[in-house]
Ligand binder design. Structure first.
Ligand code: ATP
Ligand code: MG
Length: 446
């Protein structure tokens, strides 16, 4: 045995004897030469078995080994520019030993094309493929960089509960659970608790699983997703937009810096991400509606015309968001939505209560809403009025109303959907591949 290494850092071991423990990704049979791609989770390396360099029985095993068999291999690391398939590319291992832990029969996912439903049924195995590897590594970096940025800018991570006694919003539906004989709900946002935490710590964020029972069968909706929610005391909508553009740009630029290889595997056009830097354009809901109405009027295609139709006062659907984002090369803020389409706690615009101090950030290339946020109502009388209007027992909200009694201050916050962000950065057409185990309308297996 040589020194056990991670394939991801193979560049440090050129000329040395090493041992890699992993799984067979692929094999090319050239008789006396076997080219075996071995992956160990950190990368993929071409291992060259030459008859004569290995004990006979081990060469026999190498020349029969099947996809996803588990192996331990030892040999000398060589730089070889022609090995393009490796991750990182440009290295191979000249084998002197090849041990099989388990020889696999009939691995269900082969290099041939499979249907998406088949792959989703085999998600527990599909995770081993290159594309999924690339996506989930980028996802992990996005999480790390979001948290790094917030931690470095004075935000404290304060967790919010997942089991809640009542709705956090009036606009989405909830999964109900049996809580020792009483109804309880899986959190659809951490926001209300975030507001209490904000009053204790100034600037906070929560990051956790979020549940929405809406019967949405779109490429942007999961039943269970991860939401990152910052909440800031003494902050206006405009200040929050300033922060959001810095924050989102940081995440994008960090992924570009750290994941060239992964983005290449995904065939992502990185040119479209490179210019994601402040400032992001800002348009009001009013202007957005005007732009859409103008576009609809100019559109020849009757089907598209129908999809783009919008009246002032209604929320945007996917076709509207897609069209709006195509007007800009960076994410665009749309602010001051109609009060009627937003949550009860959003601050009305002064002198124009039919719109509220809300802002959504729409990602380019048709990805649409990735964050939604607002200034929150801080006036105790107005918040009471709103709570009574939504018709949920006041006692469930008593603690929340306390926040407006004891040192209420203007404040703002937003929620960012992790999986939508992953889909955008990775350039994926559907949200299902952005999370290890997607929970969709018609899927909760595996
Ligand atoms: P949409 O209108 O697109 O359904 P929303 O306005 O209901 O979203 P918010 O309550 O504003 O969503 O949630 C904040 C963010 O969480 C959204 O901007 C989005 O990125 C993400 N998000 C919301 N619902 C889902 C979902 N079902 N699946 C994945 N991400 C979601
Ligand atoms: Mg929203």
């Amino acid at each position: 045995m040589g020194q056990i290494i991670n394939v991801g850092s193979i560049a440090d071991y050129v000329g040395q004897e090493v041992t890699v423990r992993g799984w067979v990704y692929d094999r090319t049979d050239k008789g006396k030469l076997q080219f075996i791609m071995v992956r160990d989770g950190t990368g993929i390396v071409q291992c060259v078995a030459f008859r004569g360099n290995l004990p006979e029985a081990e060469f026999e095993a190498a020349s029969k080994v099947t996809q996803e068999s588990s192996v331990i291999v030892t040999g000398t690391v060589k730089a070889n520019e022609r090995v393009k398939k490796g991750i990182p590319s440009g290295y191979e291992i000249d084998l002197k030993s090849f041990q099989v832990l388990q020889m696999v029969e009939d691995y269900p996912i082969t290099p041939k094309e499979h249907g998406v439903e088949f792959l989703m049924d085999n998600r527990h195995l599909w995770l081993r493929s290159n594309r999924q590897w690339a996506i989930l590594r980028i996802r992990a970096t996005i999480i790390r960089e979001m948290r790094n940025w917030l931690d470095d800018h004075g935000y404290l991570l304060v967790d919010t509960p997942i089991i809640t006694p009542s709705a956090g919003e009036d606009t989405t539906s909830l999964f109900e659970i049996d809580y020792h004989g009483e109804p309880a709900f899986l959190a659809q946002t951490g926001q209300l608790y975030n507001e209490a935490n904000m009053m204790a710590f100034g600037k906070v964020y929560c990051f956790g699983p979020t549940f929405r029972a809406e019967k949405s069968k779109t490429r942007r909706h999961l039943m269970e997703f991860w939401m990152l929610e910052p909440e800031m005391a003494f902050t206006s909508l405009e200040e929050m937009m300033d922060m959001e553009q810095e924050f989102v740009s940081h995440v994008i630029q960090s992924v570009l810096e750290k994941h060239r290889k992964e983005l290449e595997i995904l065939e992502r056009d990185t040119g479209k991400l490179e210019n994601i830097l402040p400032l992001f354009p800002r348009i009001s809901y009013d202007e957005a509606v005007e732009r859409l109405q103008k576009l609809a009027a100019e559109t020849q295609d009757p089907e598209q015309k129908e999809l783009l139709k919008i009246e002032w006062g209604s929320d945007f659907g996917s076709p509207h968001e897609t069209a709006l984002t195509q007007m800009f090369d960076r994410p665009v803020f749309v602010y001051h939505y109609p009060t009627q389409v937003k949550a009860f706690y959003m601050q009305p615009v002064e002198g124009r209560p039919e719109v509220c101090r809300s802002v959504d950030l729409l990602a380019p290339e048709g990805y649409g809403e990735i964050t939604g946020g607002s200034e929150r109502i801080h006036d105790p009388v107005l918040i009471e009025e709103r709570v009574s209007k939504i018709g949920i027992p006041r006692e469930n909200y008593a603690w929340y109303l306390d926040l407006r009694k004891y040192g209420s201050v203007p404040h703002a916050g937003f929620g960012l959907g992790l999986e939508r962000t992953v889909a955008w950065i990775c350039g994926l057409p559907h949200i299902r591949e952005t999370i290890p185990y997607a929970r969709l309308m018609n899927r909760k297996y595996p």
